[in-house]
Design a protein around this ligand. Structure first.
Ligand SMILES: O=C(COP(=O)(O)O)[C@H](O)[C@H](O)COP(=O)(O)O
Ligand SMILES: [Mg+2]
Length: 486
C-alpha cells in the first residue's frame, strides 16, 4: 500500500485520498456484531472534503489497532479479529455534516474490569485526529460478558433504602453552602440544622477537601457530631457525604478510614479523581459497607457540546460498572444544563436492570446490566421546594433531591429550609398515592400544605419566580438497524 500520499498539504490536506483506513479493513458494512462485541456509537463530523465512511473507518482504526500507515507487525497478530469494524454510517437527521458511525470491538481488545483500559481505546487518541472537525461518543453497548467483569454499585438502591429505613419517597439532601470558607464548627452547625429540619442527607461540596479554613479532620469530626445529634433528636437515620477527594490515593484511603471510624455510612468522591481512583474507592466501599457518593465534577467540560466530547449517558454507564452508589445525573428544572428526555435516559441507565433502546431518551442500545445493582441518581443544582411536583414527575421516586441554596438560603433559617422541603415532598407523595394529578395540581397542593407550614409558605413566596428554562434536545427522527438496536 502506498502511503506517500499522506504528505498532501494545504487546502487538500484532508482529502479522503490521504486516508486509507477503509482499505486497511476498518470498514466492514456486512459485519454482523457478535453478542460479545462492545459497540460504540460516535457522532463523526469529518473535515470538509473527507468522505464520512473513510472518516468513520479512521475512528475505528485509531480507537483499536491502527496507526497512520500499514505496519509489518500486523501480520504477526490476528489482525482480522482485533481490528475494530465500522459497520454502519448514517447521516444525523437535521445536522448537516454529521454522521452516526457504529463501530464493533472484539471483547479481547479489553482488560476485564478496567474503565481506564476501555477509555484509553475508545476515547484515547481519536478525538484529536486531524481529519475530523469534531467527534462525540454518544453511547455504548456493553455485552453482558464484559459487564460481569465489574463489581457494580456495592450498596445500590435497594440496600441503601433498607439501611436508611426510608421507603416510598425520594430521599432529601442539601449541599452545605457557601461552597468554601466556613470553619468546622459553623459547618457542622449547618449539617445539624439541615438534618434536624427533615433532610436525610447533607453533602460536602465538590471543592471542599482540606483547606486552611477547615482541615478535613475538623470537618469530619464536626459533621459526625452533627449527624449523631440529629439522629438522636429525630429518631431517623441520617447521613452526611464526607468528601474524601484528595491529591493521592493514600490520602483518600486515610480519610475514608477515618470516616468509617467515626461511624459514617457514606463517603463522597469527585469524578475528577479519575476512573482508576474511582474503581479503587468503590472496592474500598464494598469491603467496608460504605455508600459511595459520586459528584460528577468536571463532566460538563466534555459532555455539554452536542458535536464533540462524550455524552453523560456513557459516563453514567461507566460509573455503574465502576461501582459507585450515587451519581449526580441532572435536575431538568434546576440551574444546570439538561433537558427532560435526555436526562430521563441517564436515569434509566442508573435504575433499570435492562435498558431497552429508547431513542426518545437518547438511549441507542439495548443494555442488559446482568446482576449489577442499581445506582441511585441524584438531582442537584438550583432546585427549591416550589418545584417538588415537577421533580417528582420528571425524576420519579428512586432519586435523591438535593437543595443547597434551596435549604441554606431559606429566609427563616436552615432548619426551616429543610422542613419546607420535607413537607413539600410529603404533600406531593400523599397526593400521588391518592391518585391525584400531582403535576398539574402541584402548585395547589403545595399552597394547601403551606397553610399549616410557615417555612413552606415562606419558601414558596421567596422563590416563586425562580425558574430555569431548558433547551430541548430530544432525539431527531432517526431509525437505526434492528441488528444493533436489540
Ligand atoms: O453544589 C451543588 C448544588 O448547589 P445548589 O443546590 O445550591 O444549587 C452541586 O455541586 C451541583 O448540584 C452539581 O451539579 P450536578 O448535580 O448537575 O452535577
Ligand atoms: Mg457543588
Amino acid at each position: 500500500m502506498n502511503m506517500h500520499s499522506m504528505t498532501v498539504r494545504g487546502k487538500d490536506r484532508y482529502k479522503s485520498g490521504v486516508l486509507e483506513y477503509k482499505k486497511m479493513g476498518y470498514w466492514e458494512p456486512d459485519y454482523e456484531p457478535k453478542d460479545t462485541d462492545i459497540i460504540a456509537l460516535f457522532r463523526v463530523t469529518p473535515q470538509d472534503g473527507v468522505d464520512p465512511i473513510e472518516a468513520s473507518a479512521a475512528v475505528a482504526g485509531e480507537s483499536s489497532t491502527a496507526t497512520w500507515t500499514v505496519v509489518w507487525t500486523d501480520r504477526l497478530t490476528a489482525a482480522e479479529k482485533y481490528r475494530a469494524k465500522c459497520f454502519r454510517v448514517d447521516p444525523v437527521p437535521n445536522s448537516p455534516g454529521q454522521y452516526f458511525a457504529y463501530i464493533a470491538y472484539d471483547l479481547d481488545l479489553f482488560e476485564n474490569g478496567s474503565i481506564a483500559n476501555l477509555s484509553a481505546s475508545i476515547i484515547g487518541n481519536v478525538f484529536g485526529f486531524k481529519p475530523l472537525k469534531a467527534l462525540r461518543l454518544e453511547d455504548m453497548r456493553l455485552p453482558v460478558a464484559y459487564v460481569k467483569t465489574f463489581q457494580g454499585p456495592a450498596t445500590g438502591i435497594v440496600v441503601e433504602r433498607e439501611r436508611m429505613d426510608k421507603f416510598g419517597r425520594p430521599l432529601l439532601g442539601a449541599t452545605v453552602k457557601p461552597k468554601l470558607g466556613l470553619s468546622g464548627r459553623n459547618y457542622g452547625r449547618v449539617v445539624y440544622e439541615a438534618l434536624k429540619g427533615g433532610l436525610d442527607f447533607t453533602k460536602d461540596d465538590e471543592n471542599i477537601n482540606s483547606q486552611p479554613f477547615m482541615h478535613w479532620r475538623e470537618r469530619f469530626l464536626y459533621c459526625m457530631e452533627a449527624v449523631n445529634k440529629a439522629q438522636a433528636a429525630t429518631g431517623e437515620i441520617k447521613g452526611t457525604y464526607l468528601n474524601v477527594t484528595a491529591g493521592t490515593m493514600e490520602d483518600m484511603y486515610e480519610r475514608a478510614e477515618f470516616a468509617k471510624e467515626l461511624g459514617s455510612i457514606v463517603i463522597m468522591i469527585d469524578l475528577v479523581i479519575g476512573y482508576t481512583a474511582i474503581q479503587s474507592m468503590a472496592k474500598w466501599a464494598r469491603r467496608n459497607d460504605m455508600i459511595l457518593h459520586l459528584h460528577r465534577a468536571g463532566h460538563s467540560t466534555y459532555t455539554r457540546q452536542r458535536s464533540h466530547g462524550v455524552s453523560f449517558r456513557v459516563i453514567a454507564k461507566w460509573m455503574r460498572l465502576a461501582g459507585v452508589d450515587h451519581i449526580h445525573a441532572g435536575t431538568v428544572v434546576g440551574k444546570l444544563e439538561g433537558d427532560p428526555a435526555t436526562t430521563r435516559g441517564y436515569y434509566d441507565i442508573c435504575r433499570e436492570d435492562h435498558n431497552p433502546m429508547r431513542l426518545e431518551h437518547g438511549v441507542f442500545f439495548d443494555q442488559h446490566w446482568a446482576s449489577l445493582n442499581k445506582l441511585m441518581p441524584v438531582a442537584s443544582g438550583g432546585i427549591h421546594a416550589g418545584q417538588m411536583h415537577q421533580l417528582l414527575d420528571h425524576l420519579g421516586e428512586d432519586v435523591i433531591l438535593q437543595f443547597g441554596g434551596g435549604t441554606i438560603g431559606h429566609p427563616m433559617g436552615i432548619q426551616a429550609g429543610a422542613t419546607a422541603n420535607r413537607v413539600a415532598l410529603e404533600a406531593m407523595i400523599l397526593a400521588r398515592n391518592e391518585g391525584r394529578d400531582y403535576l398539574h395540581e402541584g402548585p395547589e397542593i403545595l399552597a394547601k400544605a403551606a397553610e399549616t407550614c410557615t417555612p413552606l409558605k415562606s419558601a414558596l413566596e421567596v422563590w416563586k419566580n425562580v425558574t430555569f428554562n431548558y433547551e430541548s434536545t430530544d432525539m431527531p427522527d432517526y431509525v437505526p438497524t434492528p441488528s444493533v438496536a436489540t
